[in-house]
Design a binder for this molecule. Structure first.
Ligand code: ATP
Ligand code: MG
Length: 140
């Protein structure tokens, strides 16, 4: 298993409910290492750009509104198979379909306010990491 990096976002529903530490704990317990991290508030333009792939989906406007409704924590997670391991820890996008012990099952409020984002492939991970971080901001 090669070491990988993936982008993780702790979404506004979770930062509002003071769940940042509880969620980070799930990643660290599974061996994912945080090599970059910051808290910020996305502008509408930034959220639109980040989710541009979903621009034609019916939930796009609502998703952009939600993602700008409060602070997010963006982080780069590193470890063997990090992209897949992160998605496993996160659980299914829809909390109603998520397995026990996953972040989605334990913390998400709805399919939209689902507490976390994780890159879905190596290509997206590279793009999403570059969207938020410069090389200087990542622990080499
Ligand atoms: P995938 O592996 O298909 O990329 P994902 O978990 O990354 O799955 P997306 O389908 O890419 O989810 O959707 C991105 C985000 O949009 C989700 O994390 C969620 O916040 C929101 N979302 C997805 N589907 C819906 C929906 N049907 N209604 C409202 N919001 C949604
Ligand atoms: Mg996705």
């Amino acid at each position: 298993m090669a070491s990988e990096r993936t982008l993780s976002i702790i979404k506004p529903d979770a930062t509002k409910r003071n769940l940042t530490g509880a969620i980070i704990d799930r990643f660290e317990r599974r061996g994912l290492r945080i090599v970059a991290q910051k808290r910020l508030r996305l502008t509408t333009e930034q959220a639109e750009r980040f989710y541009a792939v979903h621009a034609e989906r019916p939930f796009y406007r609502s998703l952009v509104r939600f993602m700008t409704s409060g602070p997010v924590v963006v982080q780069v997670l590193e470890g063997p198979d990090a992209i897949a391991v992160n998605r496993e820890v996160m659980g299914a996008t829809d909390p109603a379909k998520a397995a026990p012990g996953t972040i989605s099952k334990d913390f998400a409020e709805s399919i939209e306010a689902n507490s976390v984002h994780g890159s879905d492939s190596a290509e997206t991970a590279a793009q999403e990491i570059a969207f938020f971080f410069s090389a200087l901001e990542i622990d080499p």
